[in-house]
Design a protein around this ligand. Structure first.
Ligand code: FES
Length: 166
């Protein structure tokens, strides 16, 4: 993605968002549509198009769970690790999912690129704890630690999502 492409995308938004900083999220989201994650070139394109520094743009990109600074898998599994889910076993579920995919404790993307496992803060489904979100629109729970294998098989078998902020 280059600055001209980002500028073209932002052109109709500039009247609505006259403040440059307000354009960062739409610009980053757009830049991520190309390959599903943001590399240095993408961050620099957004910086140039918004007139902000690359460091500022990177600080915003690194804050949000749905903006990825590394390649992601075909499906993205976010395990809630906030209190209600943690009390119902989300730590064990997360560890089991990482283990099944051969990932380190901090999660990441499986070797075959099929799945990214990450933690998330409260997904707003505390009554379904422990709760998991797949991509951006499928939230499911409870998913118990001993259901991890079955859950992963189901996620891997599902079709590629059409909208995952990429
Ligand atoms: S604490 Fe997990 S969804 Fe709210």
């Amino acid at each position: 993605m280059n600055a001209d492409q980002v500028n073209a995308y932002l052109a109709p938004l500039r009247d609505r968002y006259p403040e440059s900083r307000a354009l960062i999220l739409p610009a980053l989201k757009y830049a991520q549509t190309e390959k599903g994650w943001l590399d240095l070139e993408d961050l620099e394109a957004v910086a140039e198009a918004t007139g902000l520094t690359s460091a500022y743009v990177e600080s915003v990109a690194s804050f949000y769970d749905r903006l990825y600074l590394r390649p992601t898998g075909r499906r993205i599994v976010s395990v809630c690790v906030t209190l209600s889910c943690m009390l119902r076993g989300s730590d064990q579920l997360y560890a089991r999912l990482c283990d099944l995919e051969g990932l380190p404790p901090e999660g990441g993307t499986s070797e075959d690129g099929g799945v990214t496992i990450q933690t998330a803060q409260c997904l707003g489904y505390c009554d379904k704890a422990p709760c998991v979100q797949v991509d951006v629109d499928e939230t499911e729970g409870p998913v118990l630690p001993d259901e991890a294998e079955e859950f992963l098989a189901k996620v891997r078998a599902a079709a590629q999502p059409t909208e995952v902020w990429r």
